[in-house]
Design a binder for this molecule. Structure first.
Ligand code: DGY
Length: 328
């Protein structure tokens, strides 16, 4: 890459909304007049707009809320938002389009890391990992017993995958190694080479009664908000386990919490939450939840790749080319 992606005498001015991995910050500093967020403080719309004064673009993250008011408040100079995420639900894309601001994301590169976290959630929830770990950490373990912390195994169970895109397929691939039978629902049926023997359900609801484990991999949209509600939870088998690495609001928290309390569901493994970093205070009080703080993509390999992909998009844009991952 040239020292200056747009070939102008001055490098484009780029605001980094959060602290990024060292290698990503180094490349941004090399190729842009980059403004880092050294304190790594979360910026609300007003703070982001203030820091972006005179900037040509902003590298934003999934934790930044760019609703219509925040997009409207951005300085005139800002022409592109490159989000360090595959999800774009934190950005009002229509508002960006209306202002002529391009938006890009980082697909593909977080597939493997997110699939690993989905498996961790499945195992952690099914095998009561946090209860066991707590016994050790609280020095409360009094010894092995035949009935201590009995969970359920993945082997031989049916895994229902909601949304069989890149991440859903990567989860299915790993789950097969655990001897799970894969069912999926998706907008379109996959070709046999990608299906790998998974059973397609044109209607997601028809799949729910088969779901010993349910893992959610569709994006948050107005249609998927609160998709897993009380009515659909009732369709799951008793003792099912629900895993979510997509976005918190695809689940109706009150319904999930009620089902975890009543024993309708055996457990839930959650990496994402409505309103995160806040979350429904009931979740951490329930013994049958295994909870992580949105770690899906949190490996150094993946976070570097996400940053480089965001910079590839910015480079293309400032060279006058179509950014490869444009979503607006
Ligand atoms: C994404 O990229 O959308 C993730 O949720 C952030 O890791």
């Amino acid at each position: 890459m040239s020292a200056n992606p747009n070939g102008r005498a001055a490098k484009p001015r780029l605001l980094l909304s959060r602290r990024l991995p060292d290698a990503v910050e180094a490349r941004a500093a090399r190729d842009y007049d980059a403004i880092p967020n050294r304190e790594d403080v979360a910026l609300d719309g007003a703070a982001l707009a203030a820091r972006a004064a005179g900037c040509d673009g902003i590298l934003v993250t999934a934790g930044d809320r760019l609703d219509s008011a925040a997009v409207a408040a951005l300085p005139e100079s800002v022409r592109i938002l490159a989000t360090f995420s595959v999800g774009t639900d934190h950005i009002d894309l229509a508002a960006a389009r209306a202002r002529g601001i391009r938006v890009t994301n980082t697909p593909d590169v977080l597939t493997e890391a997110t699939a690993e976290i989905a498996l961790l959630l499945m195992l952690g929830a099914a095998r009561r990992a946090h209860e066991g770990e707590r016994l050790i950490r609280e020095r409360a373990w009094t010894g092995w017993t035949p009935t201590q912390l009995l969970g359920v195994q993945l082997t031989g169970k049916r895994l229902a995958v909601l949304g069989m895109g890149r991440i859903g397929q990567a989860v299915a691939h790993r789950a097969r190694a655990f001897g799970m039978e894969i069912h999926y629902s998706n907008r379109r049926r996959l070709p046999p080479a990608e299906e790998q023997g998974a059973v397609f359900h044109a209607e997601a609801e028809a799949m729910l009664p088969l779901a010993d484990f349910l893992t959610i991999h569709f994006p948050l949209t107005p249609e998927t908000r609160h998709w897993l509600d009380a009515r659909r939870i009732a369709l799951l088998p008793d003792g099912a386990i629900v895993v979510n690495t997509a976005r918190g609001p695809v689940i109706e928290d009150a319904a999930l919490i009620a089902a975890l309390r009543s024993g309708k569901l055996a457990a839930a493994g959650l990496d994402v939450f409505t309103g995160e970093p806040a979350l429904d205070p009931a979740y951490p009080t329930l013994p049958n939840t295994f909870l992580l703080p949105h770690l899906g993509s949190a490996t150094i390999e993946t976070r570097n790749a996400m940053g480089f992909r965001a910079l590839d998009n910015l480079d293309a844009f400032f060279r006058g080319q179509e950014p490869p991952d444009a979503v607006a």
